[in-house]
Design a binder for this molecule. Structure first.
Ligand code: ZN
Length: 361
């Protein structure tokens, strides 16, 4: 089973087509709710959860064995636990791993792509998920539902084809030593080369960077070379201090200095960014943290293979290449490899050199 953190919000839009049960986690109290049409009001205030006007204390788990749920417009299987934590309450979806993977693959790769690329995605996503479960045992949740982990939009577009892909790779994961499962990072388009995971994510198990001659033939040109991006210095500073309150000591953003890069093939990736404040104080952020703070969706500031500088009142980002963090499998590269008749084993071997496929169940 995997626990997925879906959202943190005060009000959830919740629907359930059939009857459902709500169980208070810290007591034996269970309330039954009959099937109804339309939304069930769920709100959280001062640590108390109210479901259809009935108050509950502490975390509650919602079960609907037959019908699943819709939460904030998306359908889910398994159970939903709502934690009324002091900040924003959390909604956590717990479900069997393979059901989660069906949703992840549907969200991460179009199902019309070649089967061998989808199989490579299945093994990479399964490895990533299991490594998160192992690393976060005993915590409230294992993975987020966003690109901060892997995108999971619930039942979404999952289909018979995706279930076949999962069955054909059942229990297969990537491992080096046969014991620990690899945190198998992947991203959309590397634009020519991937980078060592040790440099980008500081994980103990390194995925070495490789040259990728494939995505140039399959990715959209705006992923391979993306347009200049300008963000006002004021907006950039506000986003930085919202994510990293310690940066208020900078008193404003005066300069940005690239303090560490990595090179592979024709690409240079920013690993560390130095921030120079109006007060003269300086601080540092990792490149990926800097990028996703300025653009949390990552859809405009598409990678840190780019140039960044402050020009007058703007942070100007130019010469951008690739889409994503450039570590592990390049998805457009995998698509092209599959089109050129490489199987999923070849694809995984190319992007995760030194790792082999193990069957864990
Ligand atoms: Zn690539």
């Amino acid at each position: 089973m995997i626990k997925v953190m879906l959202c943190g919000d005060k009000i959830f839009s919740f629907n359930c087509a059939g009857s459902f049960q709500v169980c208070e986690e810290n007591s034996s109290r269970i309330e039954m709710f009959l099937a109804r049409s339309g939304e069930v009001p769920v709100s959280v205030e001062s640590g108390r959860i109210t479901i259809d006007s009935i108050p509950f204390d502490g975390p509650v788990r919602i079960y609907s064995p037959k019908d699943g749920f819709t939460l904030n417009g998306r359908r889910y299987r398994g159970t939903i636990t709502i934690h009324p934590s002091s900040g924003n309450p959390l909604a956590i979806n717990e479900l069997p791993l393979e059901m989660y993977l069906a949703g992840v693959i549907a969200s991460e790769m179009p199902e019309r792509w070649p089967a061998e690329a989808l199989k490579a995605q299945a093994v990479a996503s399964r490895s990533y998920a299991i490594s998160c479960i192992e690393a976060r045992t005993g915590k409230l949740w294992h993975v987020r539902s966003t690109q901060a982990s892997q995108v999971y939009d619930g039942v979404g577009e999952e289909s018979g084809k995706i279930w076949d892909i999962l069955a054909q790779t059942q229990g297969q994961v990537l491992s080096q030593d046969g014991k620990s499962v690899l945190r198998a990072y992947f991203s959309s388009t590397c634009a020519g080369a991937t980078f060592d995971s040790r440099d980008v994510f500081h994980d103990p198990q390194n995925i070495p960077g490789v040259i990728c001659p494939f995505c140039a033939k399959s990715a959209k040109s705006v992923y391979l070379n993306w347009p200049e991006l300008r963000i006002s210095r004021k907006e950039a500073y506000e986003k930085l201090i919202a994510n990293y309150p310690g940066l208020t000591e900078l008193g404003g953003l005066k300069e940005i200095e690239i303090t560490q890069t990595a090179e592979n093939g024709n690409l240079i990736k920013i690993l560390k960014v130095g921030l120079v404040g109006e007060t003269g104080k300086t601080d540092m952020l990792y490149g990926e943290d800097f990028r996703l703070t300025l653009d949390p969706s990552g859809t405009k500031f598409r990678s840190t293979v780019c140039k960044v500088k402050v020009i007058e009142d703007e942070v100007v980002i130019t010469d951008g290449h690739g889409f994503g963090h450039n570590v592990g499998m390049c998805q457009y590269g995998a698509k092209e490899m599959a089109r050129e008749n490489h199987n999923y084993r070849d694809i995984l071997k190319h992007y995760y050199p030194g790792f082999r496929i193990e069957k864990v169940y």
